[in-house]
Design a protein around this ligand. Structure first.
Ligand SMILES: [Fe+2]
Ligand SMILES: [Fe+2]
Length: 307
């Protein structure tokens, strides 16, 4: 029987809560709020994100991967509202979340900030936090095992300067990832790596890129992964990394709330159907996309991932 996995990203839940900017003042939040008012609020529609969630629920996948940017300016009221949104979405054991740059937009203490999503970032394996920080108390990479599926969650989100949307993993998290990938391969798991930022060099402009993408590429090349899921670029992406022992498909999804008016195209989510045929993994991807005309989620495309 196939394992099924849904992937969505970049909900950018709006509108901005009233007075969030002034109540939680920081220059970076002002920049983010202006960007929202002048641009993003015309492109992201929470009703579309709800339609995506309902479509995922109707398909009832075994697990859900959510690769970050649930928020916009990391205002305290946004965390509280987003926690309620996640609660309505589904059980924490069913959804794995990794933070995006908009979820760590400015320094916010763990308790006021990302602790709201902690139940969706738990690890099935006890380990010391690989990247101790005042903003993050969860362990990364976390590992969640569901039948033969291993979800491996990375945290690339860290507060950035005014004009940057970059990310970083750091050597400790990268070393831990290498060990996790090696161990899970030996145990025969399908390894789905989750990261907000595009994981390879050249997939995002430097202002918005993962600073240690070359190091991550080396880890992936050496240890392999059956798929790497990311968001951040708000567009459909498929890149194949030719690894030491086989291809590593790297797949990005559009924003789950995009109405299609921008130059990135409308919202979509991907359904993965994973089977094992004669000792090899086979992965079928179905792209489910928002149709602005019918205002429904429709099947857009299906293909097999190269393995
Ligand atoms: Fe985003
Ligand atoms: Fe992002």
């Amino acid at each position: 029987m196939a394992l099924t996995l849904a992937h969505l990203s970049d909900v950018h839940l709006g509108p901005l809560p009233k007075s969030a900017v002034w109540k939680d003042f920081s220059p970076k939040r002002i920049v983010g709020a202006l960007s929202w008012k002048l641009n993003r609020c015309d492109l992201h529609d929470p009703a579309i994100a709800t339609a995506v969630v309902e479509d995922i629920k109707a398909m009832a996948p075994d697990h859900v991967a959510f690769t970050g940017d649930l928020l916009n300016i990391s205002a305290l009221a946004e965390f509280q509202r987003a926690a309620r949104w996640m609660e309505k979405f589904g059980e924490p054991a069913w959804i794995s979340f990794v933070p995006g740059n908009h979820d760590a937009y400015v320094p916010v203490t763990w308790q006021q900030g990302l602790a709201h999503f902690a139940p969706f970032m738990t690890s099935d394996r006890a380990a010391a936090p690989a990247n101790p920080s005042p903003f993050i108390a969860s362990t990364f990479p976390y590992v969640r095992l569901r039948r033969n599926l291993a979800m491996i969650g990375l945290n690339s989100a860290a507060p950035q300067s005014l004009t940057k949307a970059a990310g970083t993993l750091g050597p400790v998290q990268l070393d831990a990832l290498a060990n996790v990938l090696r161990d899970l391969k030996a145990k025969g798991y399908y390894r789905a790596v989750m990261i907000h930022h595009p994981p390879l060099p050249g997939l995002a402009p430097s202002r918005k890129a993962l600073s240690d993408a070359a190091n991550l590429r080396e880890v992936l090349w050496n240890e392999g992964a059956e798929v790497v899921l990311h968001g951040h670029n708000h567009r459909e992406m498929l890149t194949i990394l030719a690894g030491r022992e086989g291809n590593i498909p790297v797949v990005g999804v559009p924003s789950a709330s995009a109405n299609g008016k921008g130059h990135y195209g409308p919202a979509a989510w991907n359904l993965y159907e994973i089977t094992r045929i004669q000792g090899k993994w086979a992965t079928r991807v179905s792209i489910r996309s928002w149709d602005p005309e019918s205002r429904e989620i429709v099947s857009k495309n299906q293909f097999m991932l190269p393995s």
